[in-house]
Design a protein around this ligand. Sequence first.
Ligand code: NAP
Length: 249
Amino acid sequence: MREFENKVAFVTGASRGIGRAAAVRLAGGGATLALGYAGNDAAAQEAKALCEQAGSPKVALMKFDVGDPAACQKAIEDVVAALGGLNILVNNAGISIDGLILRYKAEDLERTLQVNLQSAFHLSKAAARPMLKAKGGAIVNLTSVVGEQGNAGQTAYSMAKAGLIGLTKSLARELGSRAIRVNAVSPGYIETDMTKELPEAARNAMVGVTALGRAGTAQECADAIAFLASDRASYITGEVLRVNGGMYM
Ligand code: NAP
């Protein structure tokens, strides 16, 4: 039997980057999948086709804004209605609105916290019910090295990502007795759309502080996400697994 056979997994931000790679990885293990995304229909269709090719028995697309609490609640209800339950939630959707604090707008702070942090609270809250019904589950949150060590020009993003670590640990304590595990993956510098606009000098500086001397791939993050979502991690909860090439230890 494949690792995720008879499991329903919901990955947010699954149209591109790390989320897409995680969805395809879970699909390869036989998971039934819901793929969340914001607006890029072409990328979402491509991700769906890749998950089907990888071996998922059923793939549903969920287009909604994770920054909207009511939409998060509805998305979980839609996943359960369409796919028959929910066993794995990967809170991966994220944005970075960068800028130095002196010029940073209050609405950008609000949006950063809504999309990166509060989304995970609302989705996890709604997911807890079907997971309790299933007598177990796994939640994996995507934090960041920036949430752990900070970064000038990314204060809002860092606040959100640090908050996700608190959410991970508190929820792990709250839901552990019901066999629901909650963990986080903390990537370093990963080559995706999110990082492709970075100037060459910033890229070189980030690669320069890794022990491995290179950027990471979405696939390498996906493997860590799949591990924490799987039964191989059955005694791991409240953990933050770094996938940063030794950028921060
Ligand atoms: P990405 O390539 O920019 O993809 C972002 C994904 O999130 C897309 O699927 C996008 O959907 C979706 N999304 C964005 N805003 C959304 C919203 N409001 N509602 C619903 N979906 C939304 O990002 P990535 O680099 O793979 O990053 C994935 C996660 O890893 C993020 O949480 C990020 O903070 C974290 N991370 C990344 C790095 C890195 O170096 N790349 C490092 C540390 C942590 P559409 O395609 O529809 O726009």
